[in-house]
Design a protein around this ligand. Structure first.
Ligand code: 2YC
Ligand code: MG
Length: 268
């Protein structure tokens, strides 16, 4: 999992509206609709408006990322939640949130980013939420994934969740994963995936899902006017030239889609 920087989260807080406008142009969905369309098919109405949600800073490990909890709250308020950052971090912050009759807590350490519903005791993890949300965006942009070839890059926690979701949405998934043990693990659990080389995959697939922590290895010459890329991976696999060629068809940001799906999944 790539550790976000203060620059990453600040940039997102500043461009949340622009990102959502581009997403809506490409997919017809705003963050709320995308989140609801991810937690249920057909989409259900989730009580996001006015939900009391607290982001609790966590100081363990590499410590607090400046602006991280504020960015989570900015996304939640964008969804209509009554959200705030607790004054205290860690356990004091959790206690503060409970004393304030909070519905959902968001907190992250170096290993996990979760949302906890204080009433239903539901615990939602960021990795599958991010993966599923980006598959929803790719499907909405493409119209359908039924029998469409999708090139999946990476079988880490987000990539594995995306593989499950892509297969469940009817896609023919071609995968690039240099780590043989990760590839075998995915195939052993019966996931219908076609291992390919990057070159073969790029030559056959117009739909690409980047779930890798590595960046800048797909250039403008590898994409076309019909390529659509869902890129939760940080940094993006696409070079700046490729990103420019893709424009809004390069769906990429560090937190918004994951947090939106986590909130909907925690409150549904
Ligand atoms: O500010 C804080 O509370 C820190 N403890 C937060 C650490 C988050 C570490 N994880 C990441 O940077 C992200 C995840 C949110 C998703 C991918 N990497
Ligand atoms: Mg990447």
């Amino acid at each position: 999992m790539t550790r976000l920087t203060t620059e990453d989260v600040k940039a997102l807080s500043d461009r949340l509206d622009d990102f959502e406008a581009g997403l809506r142009d490409l997919t017809g969905l705003g963050l709320r609709e995308l989140a609801m369309g991810t937690v249920a098919h057909p989409p259900v109405c989730v009580p996001l408006y006015g939900a009391r949600v607290a982001a609790v800073p966590v100081t363990s490990g590499d410590g607090v990322i400046g602006g991280f909890a504020d960015c989570v709250v900015a996304i939640l308020r964008h969804l209509g939640c009554d959200a705030w950052v607790t004054a205290q971090p860690d356990v004091r912050g959790i206690q503060e949130a409970y004393d304030a009759a909070t519905d959902v807590l968001f907190l992250a350490d170096d290993h996990r980013f979760i949302a906890l519903n204080t009433r239903t005791a539901r615990c939602v993890d960021d990795d599958p939420a991010t993966a599923d949300g980006y598959v929803t965006a790719l499907e909405a942009a493409a119209g359908s994934l039924l029998s469409r070839h999708v090139l999946l890059l990476g079988l880490g926690p987000v990539g594995r969740a995306a593989a499950r979701r892509l297969v469940s949405r009817g896609a023919a998934v071609e995968v690039v994963e240099p780590d043989g043990s990760r590839l075998r693990a995915a195939l052993d659990v019966g996931l219908k995936l076609q291992p390919v080389t990057l070159a073969d995959g790029l030559s056959r697939c117009d739909l690409i899902f980047d779930a890798t922590p590595s960046g800048g290895f797909i250039d403008a010459g590898d994409v076309s006017s019909i390529t659509i890329a869902a890129v939760p991976g940080l940094p993006s696999a696409f070079t700046p030239a490729a990103q420019a060629a893709l424009g809004a068809r390069h769906i990429h940001e560090p937190l918004a889609i994951g947090v939106a799906v986590m909130a909907a999944r925690a409150l549904v």
